[in-house]
Structure formats: C-alpha cells, structure tokens
Design a protein around this ligand. Structure first.
Ligand code: ZN
Length: 264
C-alpha cells in the first residue's frame, strides 16, 4: 500500500477588525443612537505577521511505527547520500511518544502565530499518519516560500546527567540561507528558550546550539531553518516538563516569541 502523504494543513489568520473602538471617531450621539453611516472606522493596524508564511515541522508521525517499509525507504540526505524516509522518534520511559509531544507543541505554536497574523503551514495534518519523508518536509518549506521553517523534536539520549534543549542548524551550509539566516534563526530560538528559563543541553552541542550535517530536512532547505530538540525524554527532570501541558505551553510561547523576534 502506498501512504505517501502530501497534505498540508494551512491556517489563515484573520485580521482583527478594530471598528467600533471609537478611536479617532466622533463622540457618540448623546442619546446613544447611531445616526450616521458616513463615519469611517479607524483603519486596523497591520497584523504582526502580515500574512508571512511560517512552516512548522513536527518531527515523525504517529503511524510511522506501523509502516516500516515505507518509513525505511531511502531518500536523499542533501549531501550526496541517502537515508531513511523518516523514523519513529523516541519515547519516554512511560511510553509518552515524541511524535505526540512534537505535534502538541507545534499546534500550540501554530495557534499563537496564527493569532498574530502569520500564515502557518504544517508539514503533516495530524498525529496519526505516516511521514512525510524528510526530503518532502524540506520541500514543503521551499514550496511555501516560508519566512522561517522550524522543526520541533525531543531527544532520547542516555545518561543520568544528559538534559536540556538544543537547536540544530545545517553545517557546513549548502546555500546562502543556511549561512547567516539559518544560524541567526537557530541563535534566536536558543536565546528565546534560554530567556524563558529553559536550560541548554549538558550533553550535545555548545551553549544550546548544535551545528549538524546529517539532517536531511535542514540540508535540503532553501529557506531559513532550524530544528529544536526541546529536551531529553529519557531524563526525569526534562520529561516532567515535556509531559506537562503547562510545560509544553511555556515551550510553545518561547518558540513563538523567538520566531517573531527573528522576523523582526
Ligand atoms: Zn525526533
């Protein structure tokens, strides 16, 4: 069977109309009745996002484990090699799955950015499908002409002292946007998470940043892109944060603010 999924979930944010606020308009009629149809409402301020496209890429998918042949299919890695289409992702010791965490955080970020006037594209429409492959995830960002592409993951590293978040970017860069724009996006996400009180990784990268050459989604991107590992699902402290709705809301708030800060 073929389960290639190319569906893209698009959320269009609606502009907030400020009509009726009265700013700049005449005083209300003393009797409280509207008597004129000639008064123009004050123009609505431009939304922060102004329709710009953000692609959110929640890692893995809920149906991947049940479709190994499709998920193990080889796809280009962006550096001349091939790698698996996708993987199942990791899980906490109690079974809480990374794909479920990624989806939850991505939905929260989507809703926050949509409310700010951004057009948000998700690389998968839900958490029960298969894939898409990592090369297709990059292609979605490229086709969407995204202002930023942010992949959301959580790690599954061994070691009792391995904890904290890190942000990966393509290195060495393969095109101009993988140079300064993607490094700045990764750095802004790192700074935003740190400012929100999250601790950078103790076990990988440096100061919460992790330049990598092996991630196809980053290698194949022609748009500014970075991948967040929000924490280590195998660490007791991290997983307490990642499994709590309040923790995921805090992460999503920090990520949303960092994306907006990056775009200026
Ligand atoms: Zn992952």
């Amino acid at each position: 069977m073929t389960h290639r999924r190319h569906a893209v979930s698009v959320v269009f944010a609606s502009a907030v109309l400020m009509a009726g606020c009265g700013s700049g308009g005449p005083a209300p009629h003393p009797a409280g009745r509207s008597t004129s149809s000639t008064t123009r409402p004050a123009p609505a301020p431009a939304p922060v996002g102004d329709g710009r496209v953000i692609v959110l890429d929640p890692g893995h998918n809920g149906g991947n484990a049940a479709h190994p042949a499709e998920i193990n299919r080889r796809v280009p890695d962006g550096r001349g090699g091939m790698k698996a289409c996708n993987t199942t992702g990791t899980a906490a010791a109690d079974g809480y799955a990374e794909h479920e965490f990624n989806w939850d955080v991505a939905v929260r970020v989507r809703d926050m950015l949509s409310a700010k006037g951004f057009q948000v594209v998700m690389t998968r429409p839900g958490d029960s499908g298969v894939g898409p492959c990592v090369d297709e995830r990059a292609a979605i960002g490229n086709r969407s002409h995204a202002a930023a592409v942010v992949s959301i993951h959580a790690d599954g590293a061994p070691g009792a002292n391995s904890h904290g978040f890190h942000v990966a970017y393509s290195s060495p860069p393969l095109n101009s946007v993988q140079r300064d724009p993607s490094i700045r996006l990764a750095t802004t996400l790192r700074d935003g998470l740190a400012a929100a009180g999250f601790a950078p990784s103790t076990y990988v990268g440096s100061a919460g940043l992790n330049p990598r050459g092996d991630l196809s989604g980053l290698n194949l991107s022609e748009r500014p892109t970075a991948l967040i590992e929000c924490g280590n699902m195998r660490h007791p402290g991290d997983i307490a944060l990642l499994e709590s709705p309040g923790g995921r809301a805090r992460i999503a708030t920090a990520v949303s603010a960092a994306i907006i800060a990056y775009l200026g």
